[in-house]
Design a protein around this ligand. Structure first.
Ligand SMILES: Nc1ncnc2c1ncn2[C@@H]1O[C@H](COP(=O)(O)OP(=O)(O)OP(=O)(O)O)[C@@H](O)[C@H]1O
Ligand SMILES: [Mg+2]
Length: 355
């Protein structure tokens, strides 16, 4: 019969692909049982809940064990590590979080998120970056939407031509000096799709974080894709994001999905810095009267649930669509977003210094 030592030896060759250390070294193997008849069972304690690489690690572990003589079956259960276990796993080691390149420094690191698609995350990210740049801040945008990147189009940045060398990638720079990194700066044409599964997407995001020469920034914004799975998990668990700005729209359906995103942020212990309700109303150009086209909205409820406040409400404004489509987001001026930029930096409770 296979021994516990042999099993642990085999598992010590199986890596967590994101952290680059073995499942044994990370103390992820628990409740190991070896039954007569060659059945091996254990629980894999994940370093983050819902780890996107869970199935890959389980598959690698299964393959390694099935290669041992006498192993006929491998049963793997999953659970998330407790805070204590996570601390123990990484004790005495370098932080598992990737660090910005040694030349980089960022003070505020904020993810613009929603969970829901099409609510205006990218527009709010870009408008906020412009407002911050007008206030004299040094701003960067990490476009974490790998399959639907919008940031280069909003700023009129062409595809391809991103420069770099062995020391890292140089972000593209917009007219107002905002530094941008996005997959659409790497593909040869704007509409070339990236057809990747979750782990590849997570890998690209961490590479954008690790390998970009941002220099010294006051604010780094992350434009999140819709959803609460791979990309969102990677940004919130593998990068040292200080807080999340939640974007919503008035419809009940949006608010239901946004609440999921709030739960995810809570789960991963990232504070929600505030809520932006986009497309709240439309101001009639003739009468100047606001019309609440999508109803009264649920931003307040989301803010209460997230223990934060509604920072701004943005109107539906056809000029936003027009200028964004034309790559001229830097020409959009909205007093609400200027106010948001100020409030956010004051409200942001977590500031990170990176070296
Ligand atoms: N307040 C607004 N008024 C008018 N148009 C807007 C407004 N906000 C966003 N839009 C437009 O709505 C569309 C969707 O916005 P955007 O791409 O920013 O959403 P998103 O949440 O990032 O979408 P995705 O989930 O696909 O990433 C864009 O065409 C944008 O120009
Ligand atoms: Mg977007």
């Amino acid at each position: 019969m296979v021994t516990e030592n042999e099993v642990m030896n085999a598992l010590s060759q199986v890596m967590d692909p994101e952290i680059g250390r073995s499942l044994v070294e990370l103390k992820m193997i628990h409740d190991l049982k070896i039954a007569k008849g060659g059945k091996v069972s254990f629980t894999l304690a994940l370093t983050v809940p819902g780890c996107p690489l869970r199935d890959q690690m389980a598959e690698d572990a299964r393959r390694a064990l099935m290669a041992l003589p006498g192993v006929k079956q491998v049963d793997i259960a999953f659970r998330a590590m407790s805070e204590e276990e996570r601390g123990f796993a990484f004790a005495g080691r370098q932080s598992p979080q990737p660090r910005l390149n040694q030349f980089n420094q960022a003070t505020h690191f904020i993810a613009v998120m929603s969970g829901k698609g099409g609510v205006g995350k990218s527009s709010v990210t870009a408008l906020l970056a412009c407002a911050l740049a007008r206030q004299g801040k040094k701003v960067g945008i990490l476009d974490a939407d790998i399959t639907g990147p919008s940031i280069p189009r909003l700023f009129g940045l062409p595809p391809g031509g991103l420069r770099g060398d062995g020391n890292g990638m140089l972000p593209a720079v917009t007219c107002s000096g905002i530094k941008v990194i996005s997959i659409n700066l790497l593909v040869p044409a704007e509409d070339v799709p990236v057809i990747w599964r979750g782990p590849m997407i997570s890998g690209a995001i961490t590479q954008f974080w690790n390998d970009t020469l941002w220099g010294k920034l006051d604010v780094l914004l992350v434009d999140m894709p819709p959803g609460t799975s791979d990309a969102a998990l990677t940004v919130l668990s593998a990068l040292p994001v200080g807080g999340v700005l939640m974007v919503t729209m008035p419809q009940g359906l949006s608010s239901m999905v946004v609440r999921k995103a709030v739960h995810l942020a809570n789960e991963l212990k990232k504070p929600v810095l505030g809520v932006v309700e986009n497309m709240s109303y439309y101001t009639c150009p003739d009468s100047g009267k606001p019309h609440y086209i999508f109803g009264p909205g649920h931003a307040e409820e989301i803010a209460v649930m997230a223990k934060t406040e509604v920072l701004i409400r943005l109107p539906i404004d056809p000029r936003i669509t027009e200028l964004c489509d034309a790559g001229k987001v830097e020409d959009v001026r909205l007093a609400e977003v200027d106010a948001l930029a100020e409030k956010l930096l004051i409200a942001a409770p977590i500031q990170i210094e990176l070296k």
